[in-house]
Design a protein. Structure first.
Length: 268
């Protein structure tokens, strides 16, 4: 992921104007990698929250976990889900919520000892530009739905129907994309439309375009990846084979938090 803006954690947290400088740096390209020196994780997480608050309100989406949620690895989880060992396909979190969080931050505590589990991002704006006018029109129809996460806070209500693409792709409104929707659409599910096959085909072309813009990076301990999910879809590459050779406290561990829309925002 060579096009991610890399920032030094010490420089960002050493001066009174650091949070504003961080916000300016992130909102331009829409994503940044902050590399903290050393592995004082409690301090780094605290400093991260200070920086993230310059983008907007830090959310406690899962109130029982606080601001940071642990992204652990479980051998019992569906391989394609958050805690699984396989590829987690590109998506936007809480895709159906009317107050979808603007930013996601991932902080690495432990990397995969088997060398896998790279974080993936894809620029949805660029992918949308690859579509025909007809496909963009189809995907802008409010005929889609998705499964609502339960027990979440601060992200509004689940929308009964929504468009995948907004009328204007400028960051003011999210692109509501998840590749996991594709198989359901092909079966005519999650749609309220007269021509589901036409819509499924347009969505499939969008999925292909999104994956064409995917880039990956393996986060190291002390790395903080921040991205604007009004613009970027994210995912996880498969973990290395042989996860059962390691205990739960040895496998990859990231911490995740969300930031709501604030005073800053990306524009095209």
């Amino acid at each position: 992921m060579s096009d991610v803006l890399t920032l030094n954690g010490r420089e960002l947290t050493s001066g009174p104007h650091a949070p504003g400088q961080f916000a300016d740096a992130v909102t331009g390209p829409g994503r940044a990698l902050v590399q903290f020196e050393g592995q004082d994780h409690p301090l780094n997480l605290e400093l991260s929250l200070s920086l993230l608050s310059s983008l907007g309100p830090v959310l406690s989406v899962y109130p029982g976990e606080g601001c940071w949620s642990d992204l652990t690895v479980s051998l019992a989880a569906d391989p394609g889900r958050t805690h699984g060992v396989g590829e987690n396909r590109l998506h936007v979190d809480l895709v159906d919520r009317d107050r979808l969080p603007r930013y996601i931050a991932l902080y690495c505590i432990r990397e995969d000892p088997l060398g896998g589990g790279a974080s993936a991002l894809a620029d949805l704006w660029q992918a949308a530009d690859m579509l025909s006018d007809t496909d963009r029109t189809v995907l802008a129809e409010p005929v889609f739905s998705y499964f609502a996460d339960q027990g979440v806070h601060g992200v509004g209500e689940s929308l009964k129907r929504f468009p995948v693409l907004p009328e204007r792709i400028d960051g003011s409104t999210p692109i509501r994309f998840t590749a996991k929707m594709g198989p359901h659409l092909e079966r005519g599910e999650l749609l309220d439309a007269e021509e589901p096959q036409v819509i499924a085909a347009a969505f499939g072309r969008f999925v292909d375009a999104v994956f064409a813009y995917r880039s990956t990076t393996r986060l190291r301990p002390g790395d903080l990846l921040v991205f604007d999910q009004h613009r970027y879809a994210h995912g996880r590459m498969p973990l290395g084979d042989g996860q059962n050779s390691y205990g739960a406290d040895e496998r990859r561990l990231l911490r995740q938090t969300y930031v709501g829309a604030g005073a800053f925002g990306g524009t095209r």
